[in-house]
Design a protein around this ligand. Structure first.
Ligand SMILES: Nc1ncnc2c1ncn2[C@@H]1O[C@H](COP(=O)(O)OP(=O)(O)OP(=O)(O)O)[C@@H](O)[C@H]1O
Ligand SMILES: [Zn+2]
Length: 748
């Protein structure tokens, strides 16, 4: 038998490869060179023995095969495992579920700062072995060496070479002589270069709030699951302002009291100092993980978490992989948010990964939202394939009423004053007169969202993408929001030279200009991707709004969620329709979520609040349900549509997207794949619906043509089988790239 390491390669080729482990790498007493699962190794690949780096995923005994001996590993990179056994199993599941090579999943899950041990360095620490210390006086040594040994033995903790040389006032020569003679032992330890770790911010501690009846009921449900020691998923559906956060903070207190850790996932955009502060007020040791962190900071947090020094991990999507040693609970706040799905490989959804992880570790998962995803909602209904438990919180804290919503029909209201209808203008004036504050939502950035020529019908699109260019007045450019291509704004039609070229369509910049012209002297802040570029700008803008210095806050969806400002007495939705016409089966769901969430930002104080929604489609079921803050009504009306078409949550879906500069090559490749997938689908014996191949909704992006194929099946297994047989084996030609997105969220 030979001791072998099973290795997967992040950079391909796909597959698991066995390598013999040389004796020197099988010695547990030499941790620097020990091979174990979760460490990266150097291995020779292929005929030419090209050196590659891979992850050891298993250590196994293999029967020796003299005719085909295993190649031997060349070296070990990591001095400790980067991936715990449960995490190893989780990444394995992800590789299978998302049809992504295991090595690529591992590379995506272990942060680069952790792989590179950012902010730390290896330090050799010297000490005197106990058996040497015992006979220190009896040793016959040259005087300098005796002095060194005495100095080291007198030290209460191990010393670095430099420290010891200083204490004994010597060069490294006598120290090395002692090491050679086995009188001094050494080990390598990884220490932070900045020496002392920054202390956690000190924040005034707050006591738990006294819960209302709905909160008590919900907390009891969660605590029951925690105490049972079993996995259970609990969907907390609570209207905006019902106090969901307080409930899960108190559930986490129980988990922490048991000496376990909790992970709380929030959308990246909500991960503000304000949010983190709510945790610091209640817990001593918090770790924050987000995508703007430096490698050094991320590595530091990762180590603290792995060492069990942290009670609560708060983070965006990737915090689902936090290496907590004793996980007790995972919470996903605003569970419906699309940012929980990663849009590069591995294309995982944090909700599904969390479900898998909490099941494996036997701990509860809490999903919280005022507008749950239809997936989570269906699974909380009787008779669904998954069984989530539903906890409802239908009332606001303090029994505050939900704000009244008025719909303005833009088709009949002829009295538009630019972007704002007369009712919205009047309501704004009144809110300002009453010393209230206003939130205006418009989910399109820029000034004009399209440039068109009425004379010849010309539309200005990006040179590289099949996307309309947006005019940005501040920089005086037309800009592609997909590839960032910039051009000078045309003054005449580039096609027919007509000077009547029109800049139309409303963006946040234009809205800001209109509002400030109409409400002179009123302080306005705009929050969108253009004004929020610098880190921390979000917080600055929200702080000014909180203090009342800003009276009107307008912006894209980033102002729609989570904000809790009691003085906001009016919310205006400038155009509720922007998401409604997207070629996406979730368009209605997105519209409902956005309008409901932003409407929920008002009426959160004693002063009450109201909402005005402008739309060209006032009878649309999503808008009708949002106007009533009625999620159940929306779900009742939308679910049958999904069921009729076999769309999620009734069945699984996968999308193949192929792209390349040459349209014929992309087409030929995807046609070939489609045939193979259809053939394979028949062989699964499961009824599958396959749509396409067809041009993707965004047909050209960054100069590449895009085509896609969509697969629907009652569940994910036959989909994966068909893709494994039909898609995986067909290598795209040079210049064509192809990806598979399982359970896609992005339909463009
Ligand atoms: N039991 C309680 N007693 C008094 N105030 C409470 C209580 N629970 C929560 N609150 C307060 O009520 C407000 C709303 O709570 P929270 O922000 O947790 O609601 P939410 O359900 O998460 O809302 P949303 O979904 O709109 O973000 C907060 O200011 C919170 O501090
Ligand atoms: Zn472009």
């Amino acid at each position: 038998m030979v001791l072998a390491a099973t290795v997967v390669l992040p950079g391909g080729p796909v597959g698991e490869f066995d390598y013999a482990i040389p004796d020197a790498m099988a010695d547990e007493r030499k941790p620097e060179t020990f091979v174990e699962p979760g460490r990266r190794v150097r291995a020779p690949l292929g005929r030419g023995n090209r050196p590659v780096i891979g992850y050891c995923v298993a250590v196994v005994l293999k029967p020796a095969s003299p005719s085909r001996p295993l190649k031997a590993l060349k070296g070990v990179i990591d001095t400790e495992s980067l991936v715990s056994p449960p995490m190893m199993r989780l990444t394995r599941w992800m590789a299978d579920h998302y049809l992504t090579p295991w090595g690529q999943v591992l590379e995506g899950v272990v942060p680069s700062g952790v792989r590179g041990k950012a902010g730390t360095r290896d330090v050799m620490l010297l000490s005197v072995p106990t058996h040497v210390a015992a006979r220190l006086t009896k040793l016959q040594l040259p005087p300098k060496q005796a002095e060194v040994l005495k100095a080291l033995a007198a030290s209460s903790k191990p010393l670095s070479l430099k420290q010891l040389a200083m204490r004994a006032d010597c060069t490294s020569a006598p120290i090395n002589a002692l090491r050679k003679a086995g009188l001094i032992e050494s080990r390598v330890e990884r220490l932070a270069t900045d020496g002392l770790l920054a202390e956690d911010m000190v924040v005034e501690r707050l006591q738990p709030k006294k819960l209302n009846a709905d909160q008590v009921r919900t907390l009891d449900t969660i605590l029951g699951a925690i105490d049972s020691g079993e996995h259970e998923t609990i969907l907390v559906h609570g209207v905006t302002g019902s106090g969901k956060t307080e409930v899960y903070l108190q559930a986490i207190e129980r988990v922490v009291a048991f000496g376990r850790q909790a992970i709380v996932l929030v959308p990246e955009i909500s991960l503000t100092p304000q949010t983190v502060g709510r945790f610091r007020e209640r817990f001593d040791r918090i770790a924050v993980l987000h995508s703007h962190q430096s490698d050094v900071e991320r590595h530091r947090q990762w180590r603290r978490i792995a060492a069990g020094e942290v009670e609560v991990v708060v983070g965006a999507r990737s915090a689902v992989f936090a290496p907590t040693p004793h996980l007790g609970l995972v919470v996903i706040d605003e569970e419906h948010e699309t940012s929980f799905k990663q849009d590069t490989a591995p294309r995982y959804h944090a909700r599904d990964v969390a479900l898998q992880r909490t099941r494996a570790e036997n701990v509860p998962l809490v999903l919280a939202s005022a507008t749950p995803s239809l997936e989570a909602w269906r699974y909380a209904q009787p008779g669904a394939p998954e069984r989530f438990r539903l906890a409802s919180m239908p009332r606001r804290i303090g029994d505050l009423p939900m704000p009244a919503v008025r719909v303005v029909d833009l088709r009949v209201d002829g009295e538009m004053r630019g972007a704002l209808s007369r009712p919205l203008c009047q309501a704004m004036k009144q809110a300002l007169d009453d010393d209230g504050q206003i939130i205006l939502l418009l989910n399109r950035r820029g000034y004009s969202t399209h440039v068109q020529c009425p004379a010849c019908g010309y539309k200005l699109v990006c040179d590289h993408c099949d996307v309309a260019m947006t005019f940005h007045r501040q920089d005086n450019v037309v800009l592609c929001h997909w590839c960032d291509h910039r051009a000078a704004p045309p003054v005449v039609c580039p096609d027919c030279r007509s000077p009547r070229i029109r800049y139309g369509g409303l963006g946040t910049q234009k809205l800001e200009a209109e509002v400030s012209a109409r409400f002179r002297g009123v302080s306005i802040a705009r929050m969108d991707a253009d004004t929020m570029r610098r880190p921390g700008s979000h917080e600055v803008a929200l702080d000014a709004f909180r203090r009342g210095e800003t009276r009107i806050l307008l912006g894209t969806q980033m102002i729609a969620k989570g904000l809790d400002f009691p003085n906001v007495t009016l919310v205006g939705v400038v155009s509720a329709d922007s998401a409604l016409n997207l070629p996406d089966f979730r368009a209605a769901e997105r519209t409902f979520q956005l309008v409901t969430q932003v409407a929920g930002r008002t009426g959160r104080g004693e002063r009450g609040g109201r909402v005005i929604v402008q739309t060209f489609d006032p009878d649309h079921p999503a808008i009708q349900a949002a106007v009533r803050h009625d999620f159940e009504r929306f779900a009742r009306e939308e679910l049958p549509n999904r069921q009729a078409l076999g769309y999620p949550p009734y069945g699984s879906m996968a999308r193949i997207i192929a792209r390349g500069a040459s349209e014929p090559l992309v087409t030929a490749y995807l046609d070939q794949v489609a045939d193979a997938v259809k053939q394979a689908a028949v062989e699964t014996g499961v009824k599958m619906r396959i749509a396409g191949p067809a041009p993707a909704p965004i047909t050209r992006l960054r100069g590449e043509f895009r085509r896609h194929l969509q697969l629907h099946a009652p569940n994910g297994d036959p989909l994966r089988a068909a893709l494994k047989a039909g898609w995986q084996p067909i290598k795209p030609p040079e210049g064509v790239r192809s990806i598979v997105d399982i359970d896609p969220v992005d339909m463009l």
